[in-house]
Design a protein around this ligand. Structure first.
Ligand code: PAF
Length: 283
């Protein structure tokens, strides 16, 4: 695996890869877990050479969020990616990604407005801006993202469509199903912030979500199922709930009753200072 830190070397490395077949991009912020490694495996299973990026993107963190505390483990991450057969690791520093005077912002309205967009103002502008840059830098044939960040995936898909990024690159953006711990908790780099007690309580999140989805599928009104979900989380020790809603899976508009469009249950809740998110399909 070749590790590159400057745009010039990245371009050279990717051009040689492209000569041998399709190139896949797996963007990450590091602190890798099985969810990330599954993205790499999926990319390789599609016959692509993988460029993985590790960049803790300051523009997607709010002023009081965990940018400084966000886990950074470059040596360990690099070993894991190399073992998975990644061809190129793109690991720019902040000055390489955002040179002096950088002043462009990509804002995807609509899909960004609710849920994490409302509870983390500016977050999706930061995500869209860096992902657009990563697409332009690597010019991958395909890119893979975890479905755990369902709204992020919707924002990226909308941006790629609106900005015509599919030609000459990013022909396909794949969402890969969430990888879970044995007790159902969605894998996340932030799970390591949890104390032993919080980690135990965290497993209530997927269980309560499944119960809410089963209730809705069984005819319980959405508002009642969501109220029980919120009550279960608070009873289990969650300190607050940013949102717990059923939404149109594509537009991310909240929906009050199941209908013809695919729906997704989306939750963000806090255990102490750790914010956990999860989502599951209805039906
Ligand atoms: O999901 C993430 O890890 C980040 O939001 C991403 C897509 C790498 C952009 O910084």
């Amino acid at each position: 695996m070749q590790t590159v830190n400057t745009l010039g070397t990245l371009r050279e490395a990717v051009e040689s890869l492209r000569a041998t077949g399709p190139v896949a991009l797996v963007p990450t912020m590091g602190a890798l877990h099985q969810g990330h490694l599954t993205l790499v495996r999926e990319a390789r299973a599609r016959g692509a050479q993988v460029v993985a990026s590790i960049f803790v993107n300051p523009r997607q963190f709010g002023p009081n969020e965990d940018l400084d505390a966000y886990p950074r483990r470059m040596a360990e991450d690099s070993r894991l990616l190399s073992e998975e057969g990644v061809a190129v690791l793109w690991a720019p520093d902040v000055a390489e990604m955002y040179p002096q005077g950088f002043s462009t912002n990509i804002s995807v309205t609509g899909v960004s407005d609710n849920f994490c967009g409302a509870s983390r103002p500016g977050h999706f502008d930061g995500v869209a801006t860096v992902v657009c840059k990563l697409f332009n830098q690597v010019r991958p044939d395909l890119a893979l993202f975890g479905e755990k960040d369902w709204q992020q995936l919707a924002v990226i898909r909308r941006m790629a469509r609106d900005l015509d990024l599919s030609y000459p690159h990013v022909d396909a953006i794949y969402g890969v199903p969430t990888v879970r711990e044995a007790d159902g908790l969605a894998m996340s780099s932030r799970n390591q912030y949890l104390s032993a007690e919080e980690r135990q309580a965290a497993a209530t999140l997927p269980t309560a979500m499944r119960a809410a989805l089963a209730a809705i599928a069984g005819g319980t009104p959405v508002a009642d199922a969501l109220a029980s979900l919120r009550a279960s989380l608070l009873a289990a020790g969650f300190s607050s709930i940013d949102y717990a809603d059923l939404a149109d899976a594509a537009s991310l508009e909240p929906i009050a009753a199941p209908g013809a469009v695919p729906a997704r249950l989306l939750v963000a809740a806090r255990l102490g200072s750790t914010r956990l998110i999860d989502n599951m399909p209805l039906g």
